[in-house]
Design a protein around this ligand. Structure first.
Ligand SMILES: [Cu+2]
Length: 107
């Protein structure tokens, strides 16, 4: 019994999805929803992104200021972890010049 409890704690510590706050983001025909996400400077945030739209430009997410680029396979949740270092806005979007996109507002 004790072992199982210990393992559960370990999973929580090791799994990055549990670090800081996480936000569920869906890619629909309208783009990323929500498109405005708030975060705190210095605190990690994980975007769990699921692309629900089959035909969309957002088959990839890019976060140019963080040098992040990730494929978004259809109906599969992809975790994008970001730790904003300072207050301001972090833009994210599709691979094509942020035509579809959103912003992380860091406070
Ligand atoms: Cu695009």
């Amino acid at each position: 019994m004790k072992k199982i409890f210990l393992m559960l704690i370990l999973i929580r510590v090791v799994n990055p999805a549990f670090a800081g706050q996480s936000v569920e983001v869906t890619v629909t025909n309208k783009g990323f929803e929500p498109s405005k996400i708030s975060a705190k400077a210095g605190e990690p945030i994980t975007l769990n992104i699921t692309r629900k739209a089959k035909i969309t430009c957002a088959k990839k997410i890019t976060v140019p200021s963080m040098n992040i680029e990730k494929e978004l396979p259809f109906n599969k949740t992809v975790a994008v972890a970001i730790t904003p270092s300072k207050k301001g806005e972090i833009k994210f979007g599709c691979a094509m010049k942020q035509m579809l996109g959103g912003v992380i507002i860091v406070e």
